[in-house]
Design a protein. Structure first.
Lengths: 337, 285
């Protein structure tokens, strides 16, 4: 795998992220930054299955929601935060295993349809099983955890905690993708039959990738729960699955930076758009359509392509009119990193 | 008595589901497009019906015009958007999903957030007795309409030239192209037909379900379950699947309201595990 950035740039980015609350000041914007980070974790998790395994899931909000609901229910049953978090993640992994066993009965369209259906079951349970989930009213929790005695009740500490989780997620997913297992996962995406012929267990590889993806969706779900201190069926709905899929697609699938950029774009747009226009869903839908039609490989690869093209174009201009056989920014040259 | 009523309602709902999912099954089977706007087209048809009836159009003409209006919109979606994305399943999923959000929000803007009920046409009001059991006349009417449409569609597929071309396209699109069938034109026709049926079903379903924001999200999973149960591209599968889902949904709602969705989706999961192609689908796509 190519290096993402030089150590210097990485350190600079880290310093910027860590000091963000200091130069933003306003806790409203710090909260939005926390939202971006927690959705970035979710999108990174989904990208494992969408980007690297090539399987489009529209049921991941179900896993996100299962983690949040089981966390909330465990906390309200009087268990400690640590135990509730572990319990919620175990439940989420179990659900992810079940999802994977069922959804991996199909590939391509079959997979999409089954994940939609599974997501809707979770939504149905969240909405209708009132004795468990309190139905439409959702479940509230009263406190955020205080790891090592540090309270996360305020916006800034919560942001830093989210940042730590986010960094762990980025590191874990980067290592996962770069590992031999990640390579074999990409192999099952591009050449499943050849991988099979080479002796790889394609099903098992996809299954494990789904679990890994589900785990990070669950982590994001718990972050969401602690961020809002509230869960409702809305976060499990098909719209929620679609929103996070939009983050992955708009940023660029199968890249590490793409889902993060996508989360930033969607969360900021959502907050900005909802401040100015009531019709966020209409805008979301229109962005979906526009991205698919105009930038099919996502914003990050798309803009990189445009950037490289303009660099080359600039050099050609400097080299003189003889070299001005301009190459249009088509899909052919390079694409993603 | 209560059980009878429930059974009758289930069958009527199944008939409605058939009108909705026959088009979905054909579009999915022929074009391999997971049309996630299908629920929205149903809802849009219902809202068209509401407006037409408010302007003084009769119920049945409103249902027909609503269906045609939605069919035209479906044709435009196919021609202008989906046509650009042949074989790109992910892109098709995203575009149809994006459109469904846009349609849902546009409907909310135009018709507001309150549920609107469509009045039952005068001729079918009241209660009929069949074999000593009382049924709502309108629901019997819906069953009759569904059976008539099912028969017509079946006859069209089996006996007409268009039907033969559609079947050829479902079975082997490459070969169908090679023998000179204009598959792209066929796609547009089938997409219009499927959309129109969904829009028509929306108006017909109005007196039973009423129309409300979120109706699209309620109906789409049902169509999905029908097609997964019955098998894609199979009209018989859609027919049997619809009534199965109608029964499961209504009995689930009545007997286990908290787990209605689980009752609905569980058989689908069993079918998936035992027979992934669906009850009436071909095992190899």
């Amino acid at each position: 795998m190519r290096r993402l950035a030089s150590p210097g740039a990485l350190l600079l980015a880290l310093a910027l992220l860590a000091s963000l609350p200091a130069w933003i000041g306003n806790s409203y914007y710090v909260n939005i930054a926390s939202q971006v980070l927690l959705y970035a974790v979710f999108a990174l998790g989904l990208n494992v299955i969408v980007g690297y395994a090539g399987l489009v899931s529209l049921g991941h909000a179900g896993l996100f929601g299962i983690a949040a609901y089981s966390g909330a229910i465990l906390i309200n049953a009087g268990h400690g935060h640590f135990l509730s978090i572990v319990g919620a993640l175990v439940v989420t992994l179990g659900a992810a295993a079940l999802f994977a066993v069922l959804a991996l009965r199909g590939t391509g369209l079959g997979f999409v349809m089954i994940t939609v259906a599974l997501g809707q079951i979770v939504w149905g349970v969240a909405y209708r099983w009132i004795s468990l989930t309190n139905g439409d009213n959702g479940v509230s929790i009263t406190s955020r955890p205080a790891p090592f005695g540090l309270s996360l009740a305020d916006a800034n500490p919560f942001y830093w905690a989210t940042l730590v989780v986010f960094l762990v997620a980025v590191a874990a997913i980067a290592i996962f993708v770069a590992s031999p297992f990640g390579a074999s996962l990409r192999g099952t995406r591009d050449q499943p039959r050849r991988m099979n012929a080479l002796g790889y267990d394609v099903w098992l590889i996809r299954f494990l990738a789904f679990l890994f993806s589900g785990l990070w969706s669950g982590v994001a779900g718990l972050l969401f729960l602690y961020y809002n201190q509230f869960v409702s069926p809305q976060m499990v709905a098909l719209t929620a699955s679609a929103e996070v899929l939009l983050m992955v697609i708009s940023g660029g699938t199968a890249t590490l930076l793409g889902p993060i950029a996508g989360a930033l774009l969607v969360v900021v747009m959502k907050n900005v758009a909802s401040a100015y226009i009531e019709r966020w869903n209409f805008v979301l839908g229109a962005i979906f359509v526009a991205i698919v039609i105009f930038m099919p490989d996502g914003l990050v690869p798309g803009s990189l392509r445009l950037w490289r093209w303009s660099l080359r174009r600039g050099r050609q201009l400097l080299a003189g009119p003889a070299a001005m056989a301009a190459v249009p920014p088509g899909n052919g040259n390079g694409g993603g990193p | 008595m209560n059980l009878w009523l429930l059974a009758a309602n289930s069958i009527a709902f199944g008939g409605l589901l058939f009108l909705l999912s026959a088009g979905f099954a054909l579009i999915f089977g022929l074009m391999r497009i997971p049309n996630l706007t299908h629920g929205s087209l149903f809802m849009l048809g219902a809202y068209f019906g509401v407006s037409l009836i408010a302007w003084g159009v009769g119920f049945w003409p409103a249902a027909l015009i609503g269906g045609v209006g939605v069919a035209v919109l479906g044709g435009l979606i196919e021609r202008l958007l989906l046509r650009r994305l042949p074989g790109a399943e992910l892109a098709q999923v995203l575009v149809t999903l994006g459109l469904s959000f846009m349609i849902a929000d546009a409907c909310l803007m135009q018709w507001g957030g309150d549920p609107i009920s469509i009045e039952t046409p005068a001729a079918l009001r009241g209660v009929s007795r069949v074999a000593g059991v009382a049924f709502t006349t309108y629901r019997l009417g819906v069953i009759v309409i569904a059976v008539v449409f099912a028969t017509a569609l079946w006859a069209m597929l089996e006996w007409t030239r268009l039907g033969a071309m559609i079947r050829a396209g479902v079975d082997d699109p490459m070969m169908a192209r090679a023998v000179g069938i204009r598959v792209p034109l066929l796609f547009t026709v089938v997409f219009c037909l499927g959309s129109g049926l969904a829009g028509f079903a929306g108006v017909i379903g109005g007196p039973i379900l009423s129309v409300y924001p979120g109706l699209d999200q309620d109906m789409l999973p049902l169509a999905l379950v029908v097609v997964i149960l019955g098998g894609s591209g199979s009209l018989v599968g859609a027919f049997v699947g619809s009534f199965l889902v109608g029964v499961l949904y209504n009995f689930g709602q009545a007997l286990l309201p908290e787990l209605a969705y689980v009752v609905l989706f569980l058989p689908m999961l069993v079918v998936l595990v035992v027979r992934p192609a669906g009850l009436f689908g071909r095992s190899s796509p």
